[in-house]
Design a protein around this ligand. Structure first.
Ligand code: PLP
Length: 390
C-alpha cells in the first residue's frame, strides 16, 4: 500500500501545474528580473504576474498593498512585527505606542520576535488567551487594543494545530477604526477558506507557498501602502527597498501559480475534504474509546482534526501509525519518541496529560475516501497497541 500523507498543515506536495509554471525559470529564463536587457524581461513578467495573483487572492487592488516576496512566513511574520516596531522607535527605544497585542496561539514567528522586541527595546507584549474552544474572543482581544498606546495587533486567521478559525475580520476592522495596524498570519487558510476579504480588514498579511501546494522557501508579505514600515533585509532596491535580495524567480512563479489554483475550485474541494474529515472523526469515535476532538467542529478549517486518545501518548501513536504507513503529527515534535505538550493545547486550558495524548490529522487534495477508511483501521490498531504498551 502507498504511504498515506495526513499532515498537510505541516506542508503540502508540489502541484504538477505549479512545477510546470516554475520550470522555465529553472532553465532558460534565468535572467535577473531587475536587469534592463532582454534576459530580464521574462523573469520580470513572471514576478509581476505572481504579484497580481497574490493581490487577487487576498482581494486587494494594485497599489493598495506592497507585495514583498520573501523566503516564507517565518521571515514574513518577523518582518511584519519588527518592520512596524523598527519604524516606530523613538531615540532607539519603544515610543509612546509600545504595546503589541497578540493572540495566545500565535506561531513562534510572531510570538518570539515580539518577546525579543520587548527585551531589546522596551515594547510591552500583551497576549490574549483563547477560550477552551481554541478561539480568541474578539471582546477580550479588543479590550487590550488601546489606540494611544498600541503599536500593532496580531492574530492568525487559522491555527496550524487545531485548525480553529479566529475572528480576524471583526478584530481587524475594529483595529483599523482605532488606527492600530493589524497583522494577520494567513498561512493556514490559503486554499482552504476564502481569503479575499483579507484586504478589507488587515494591514499586513503573511502567506507561505508550501502550505498551499507551492514550493518551499518562498512566501509573500502584503503591507498596506502608506504604513510606516522598515525593511528587515537591507540591500538593493528590490521590493521598493523594503526587502533586498535577488528575486527567487522560480519560487515566485510557483507561488503565483499556487495562488491562482488556491482560488479556483476551492469551495468544492473544501466541501470534499470536510466530508472526509468528518467521516474520519465518525470512524474514530465509533471504533475507539476515549477520543475527544480538541477545539471542536464549530469553527475549524475543513481539513483539520486535532484529537486526543486518552492513555495513548502522541509520540508513540505517531510512530505506530508511521510504521503502518500513515503520516500524522503530534502538536509538538513527533520524531524522537518523546514529545513536549503543545503550548497551544495548554493555552486553551487542556491538561498536560490531554495535550500529551493529542495528535493533528490534516487532509489535503490527495486524500481519498479509501485513505480515510484505511486510516480508521490503522488508528484502531495503533491505539490498541500503544495503550497496551503503556
Ligand atoms: N504561521 C503558521 C500558522 C504556520 O503554520 C507556519 C508554518 O508552520 C508558519 C507561520 C511559518 O511558515 P514557514 O514555514 O513559511 O516559515
Amino acid at each position: 500500500m502507498r504511504p498515506v500523507y495526513l499532515d498537510h498543515n505541516a506542508t503540502t506536495p508540489l502541484a504538477r501545474d505549479v512545477l510546470t509554471a516554475m520550470s522555465p525559470y529553472l532553465g532558460g529564463q534565468y535572467g535577473n528580473p531587475l536587469t534592463s536587457h532582454r534576459f530580464g524581461e521574462g523573469p520580470r513578467a513572471a514576478v509581476e504576474a505572481a504579484r497580481a495573483e497574490v493581490l487577487t487572492l487576498l482581494g486587494a487592488d494594485a497599489g493598495e498593498f506592497h507585495v514583498l516576496f520573501n523566503s516564507g512566513a517565518t521571515e514574513g511574520l518577523n518582518h511584519a512585527v519588527k518592520g512596524l516596531a523598527f519604524a516606530s522607535l523613538d531615540g532607539g527605544r519603544a515610543g509612546v505606542r509600545r504595546r503589541l497585542v497578540l493572540g495566545g496561539l500565535e506561531h513562534y514567528a510572531v510570538a518570539k520576535p515580539a518577546a525579543w522586541l520587548a527585551a531589546q527595546f522596551g515594547f510591552e507584549v500583551v497576549t490574549i488567551a483563547p477560550r477552551r474552544d481554541g478561539v480568541v474572543a474578539a471582546g477580550d482581544f479588543l479590550a487590550a487594543v488601546e489606540p494611544e498606546t498600541t503599536l500593532l495587533a496580531a492574530l492568525h486567521w487559522a491555527n496550524n494545530e487545531l485548525g480553529t478559525l479566529q475572528p480576524v475580520g471583526a478584530i481587524g476592522r475594529a483595529c483599523r477604526e482605532r488606527g492600530v495596524p493589524f497583522v494577520c498570519d494567513a498561512v493556514q487558510v490559503i486554499g482552504k477558506c476564502d481569503a479575499s476579504e483579507a484586504a478589507g480588514f488587515a494591514d499586513v498579511v503573511a502567506l507561505s507557498a508550501h502550505k498551499f501546494y507551492g514550493p518551499k522557501g518562498v512566501g509573500a508579505l502584503l503591507v498596506r501602502a502608506g504604513i510606516a514600515f522598515a525593511p528587515l533585509l537591507h540591500g538593493a532596491q528590490q521590493e521598493e527597498g523594503l526587502r533586498g535580495g535577488t528575486h527567487n524567480v522560480p519560487g515566485i512563479a510557483g507561488l503565483g501559480a499556487a495562488a491562482r489554483a488556491a482560488g479556483e475550485g476551492r469551495r468544492r474541494e473544501a466541501e470534499r475534504v470536510a466530508a472526509l474529515r468528518d467521516a474520519l472523526w465518525d470512524g474514530l469515535r465509533e471504533r475507539i474509546d476515549g477520543v475527544d476532538w480538541n477545539g471542536g467542529r464549530a469553527t475549524v478549517l475543513p481539513n483539520t482534526l486535532n484529537v486526543s486518545f486518552a492513555g495513548c501518548p502522541s509520540a508513540a501513536l505517531c510512530a505506530a501509525l508511521d510504521a503502518r504507513g500513515f503520516a500524522i503529527s503530534a502538536g509538538a515534535a513527533c520524531r524522537s519518541g518523546t514529545a513536549s505538550p503543545s503550548k497551544n493545547l495548554l493555552a486553551m486550558g487542556l491538561s498536560e496529560s490531554r495535550a500529551l495524548t493529542s495528535v493533528r490529522i490534516s487532509l489535503g487534495h490527495d486524500t481519498t475516501s479509501h485513505d480515510v477508511c484505511a486510516a480508521v483501521d490503522a488508528f484502531a490498531a495503533a491505539v490498541n497497541e500503544v495503550r497496551a504498551a503503556n
